[in-house]
Design a protein around this ligand. Structure first.
Ligand SMILES: Cc1cc2nc3c(=O)[nH]c(=O)nc-3n(C[C@H](O)[C@H](O)[C@H](O)COP(=O)(O)OP(=O)(O)OC[C@H]3O[C@@H](n4cnc5c(N)ncnc54)[C@H](O)[C@@H]3O)c2cc1C
Length: 133
């Protein structure tokens, strides 16, 4: 089974990259997205903590031809950040933001929300609060 190979390789090569499968208690909570009418069941939810783990998961999914959905906040109305039967790459553990107070440039990890940017902006006294809408 191709997906089983992905999970085994990820769990072996990247021990702190969490792979949550349907039989695990947190699966039902983690598979949900903002739009409650989108009710999809991925084969697993992969929660990387580093860019290397993201790269590994994407590489393995591509090699195996597995469906891959990337999730940040999960607010996509049509549910583009989840899928049935494939892998959800849940970036929520990667929410680090670094702001250079001089240039006011922000380096933002792929799972960061506007709140993370606001907190980092306040800490850097950079006035970098993010507007939305
Ligand atoms: C109630 C509501 C109010 C909204 N209000 C606004 C608004 O005021 N202004 C506005 O601009 N938008 C608004 N939106 C739209 C919303 O901002 C977009 O749907 C946005 O994509 C949500 O971001 P997310 O991180 O939750 O995305 P997700 O649902 O996690 O992902 C959306 C898409 O981006 C991809 N993706 C996610 N993270 C990454 C990543 N790190 N790298 C590559 N691809 C990635 C996903 O695969 C998916 O295709 C609103 C949506 C809702 C439901």
């Amino acid at each position: 089974m191709l997906l089983a190979r992905i999970f085994k390789e990820l769990e072996t090569a990247e021990p702190n990259c969490t792979v949550i499968k349907p039989h695990q208690p947190e699966y039902e909570t983690l598979r949900k997205v903002w739009n409650g009418t989108v009710d999809r069941r991925p084969a697993a939810i992969v929660r990387p903590r580093t860019a290397a783990q993201v790269a590994k998961a994407v590489q393995l999914a591509a090699e195996c031809g597995a469906l891959l959905a990337v999730r940040c906040g999960g607010h996509s109305f049509p549910g583009l950040s989840t899928c049935d039967g494939g892998i959800v790459l849940d970036l929520s553990a990667m929410n680090h933001v670094v702001i250079d107070p001089v240039s006011r440039a922000a380096e933002v990890e792929g799972g960061a929300l506007l709140g993370h940017l606001d907190v980092a902006g306040a800490a850097a006294a950079a006035g970098a609060g993010a507007g939305a809408g």
